[in-house]
Design a protein around this ligand. Structure first.
Ligand code: NAD
Length: 477
């Protein structure tokens, strides 16, 4: 076990790839390779699936009492809590996530495990006495083997969001983390063994999307595929799972609208608008990347927003004061930079920010105006710290603008008018609407997106529906 070598975790052991292949794991802040990870191929994927299949078909996990299973998951959560600093440091090293935010993510990951451990105990069925005198009840049995595929922007948190409900409901799970960020998820797999989860209940398969991820989704011994990543990959994953009719849950990209009405509390609106687009250095599916500001407050709001963006402490992600750092990889830096470079060509104006000129893989907090509504930076998910701003005159106009996208993951709105808050929330085409805030989650509520932002919902009972095979039992008594 080391922080410079990340193997697969299969059948209770950390192992190299069958052919010994590895890939470089980068620290994007220092621009150095700091570790090697096992490069999973089809044989490694097949071994991982076989192990999880066996653990499901023959092992104790799906047959265990709910209280005992919850206790095992809480043990894992305890270990994660004890090792918060190690887990946080791995995400910070591996993707330049500011350390304070990485610690926050560990806390939320721990809570994901604790929440679903308890949820499966308390929401395990319902009884319906029928007028006919029959007695009927529903039962939620585990679905089987779950393939979970996660992205690099919240390496630990996104993985835990998938693994926790999967194993809590008695399934076995193979997690394939992003090839950009294998570190913290591999450590999570090690902790699961330390917590006493039986072999095969949580396997970790490292490697690239193809062949590691694609081998999992195509394997007909897999019963559920839960995926978080880009909309383009989501289409490929869904097609692959369809060949063996495995249900999919897809949490995909976004281009969130953030609406500031003229009656907003401006201090609060500026605070959350900065969080919504610049937290995690802008690499958030839920980012408020399209900002609409009411004409009446436009000048004042923009002065304050630009000042707040410029005041963010940028630098070494290990410095506890740092709020913003480099992007997660050279590839991603190139992608975000190309959008920023295109702004001027499309007639837009960069009010502040732009590509770092010191050779770091960093794009400074960037605020853009005057872009046509057809410009790529306005329409497409940049997944970086680039906020495109427009002004609006009326509620109808801004609802139309906000909904004019193929995405529909989330939206934010800022207003002190209660009726408007309810009315506009209801009209926005999005899986989550935050009113006067951002990024606050109650795990009982549905999470997911409309249109290109996803298929299905997870969270609370929604996760139960996906990760189980619900059954109706009807009795004549
Ligand atoms: P990505 O689609 O490139 O990769 C995601 C995962 O899929 C990685 O583990 C990758 O290895 C794997 N993968 C790639 N090709 C595959 C294939 N053919 N078969 C199986 N697996 C494959 O996305 P990314 O760049 O890692 O993440 C960024 C994207 O994720 C953004 O679009 C972002 O909006 C989205 N995201 C969405 C949410 C959400 O909750 N909706 C959360 C975080 C990130």
């Amino acid at each position: 076990m080391s922080d410079t070598t990340f193997g697969h975790i299969i059948e209770g052991q950390e192992v190299p790839s069958v052919d010994g292949a590895t890939f470089d794991v980068w620290n994007p802040w220092t621009q150095e390779v700091f570790a090697q990870a096992a490069e999973g191929g089809p044989q490694d994927a097949a071994r991982a699936v076989a192990s999880s299949r066996r653990a499901f078909d023959e092992g104790p996990w799906p047959r265990m009492g709910r209280v005992e299973r919850a206790a095992a998951i809480h043990r894992l959560a305890d270990l994660m809590e004890e090792r918060t600093e190690d887990l946080a440091r791995l995400d910070t090293t591996n993707m330049a996530k500011p350390i304070a935010q990485a610690r926050h993510d560990v806390g939320r990951s721990v809570w994901n495990f604790r929440f679903f451990a308890d949820h499966q105990r308390d929401h395990c069925g319902a009884v319906y006495p029928m007028d006919s005198g029959h007695h009927t009840y529903s039962e939620y049995g585990p679905a089987g083997v779950v393939a979970a595929i996660s992205p690099w922007n919240f390496p630990l948190m996104m993985a835990s969001w998938k693994i926790a409900p999967a194993i809590a409901w008695g399934n076995t799970c193979i997690i394939k983390p992003s090839e950009d960020t294998p570190a913290s998820v591999t450590m999570l797999g090690r902790l699961a063994l330390e917590a006493g989860l039986p072999p095969g209940v949580l396997n970790v398969l490292n490697g690239h999307g193809a062949p590691a991820g694609s081998s999992l989704t195509a394997d007909d011994r897999v019963d559920r595929v839960t995926f978080t990543g880009s909309s383009a990959t989501g289409r490929v994953v869904m097609a692959s799972a369809a060949t063996h009719l495995a249900p999919v849950s897809l949490e995909l990209g976004g281009k969130g609208a953030n609406i500031v009405f003229d009656d907003a509390d401006l201090d609060n609106a500026v605070h959350w608008t900065v969080e919504a687009i610049f937290r995690n250095s802008g690499q958030i599916c839920l980012a408020g990347s399209r900002l609409y500001v009411a004409s009446g407050i436009y000048d004042e709001f923009m002065d304050r927003f630009v000042a707040a963006a410029e005041a963010l402490t940028i630098g070494d992600p290990f410095d506890p004061q740092t709020r913003f750092s480099s992007l997660a990889s050279k590839k991603h830096f190139d992608k975000v930079s190309s959008y920023v470079d295109g702004v001027g060509l499309d007639g837009g104006k960069v009010l502040t920010g732009g590509v770092d000129e010191e050779g770091r893989w960093l794009v400074r907090p960037t605020i853009v105006t005057d872009l046509p509504l057809t410009a790529p930076a306005y329409c497409e998910e940049i997944f970086g710290p680039v906020c495109v701003v427009n002004r609006f005159e009326s509620e109808d106009e801004v609802v139309g603008l906000a909904n004019d996208t193929r995405y529909g993951l989330n939206a934010m709105l800022f207003t002190e008018n209660l009726s408007r808050a309810h009315r506009v929330s209801s009209r926005l085409r999005a899986g989550t609407v935050w009113v006067n805030c951002f990024f606050i989650r109650d795990l009982r509520t549905p999470f997911g997106g409309v249109g290109d932002s996803g298929v299905g919902r997870e969270g609370g009972d929604f996760s139960r529906e996906f990760f189980t095979e619900p059954k109706a039992v009807v009795m004549q008594i």
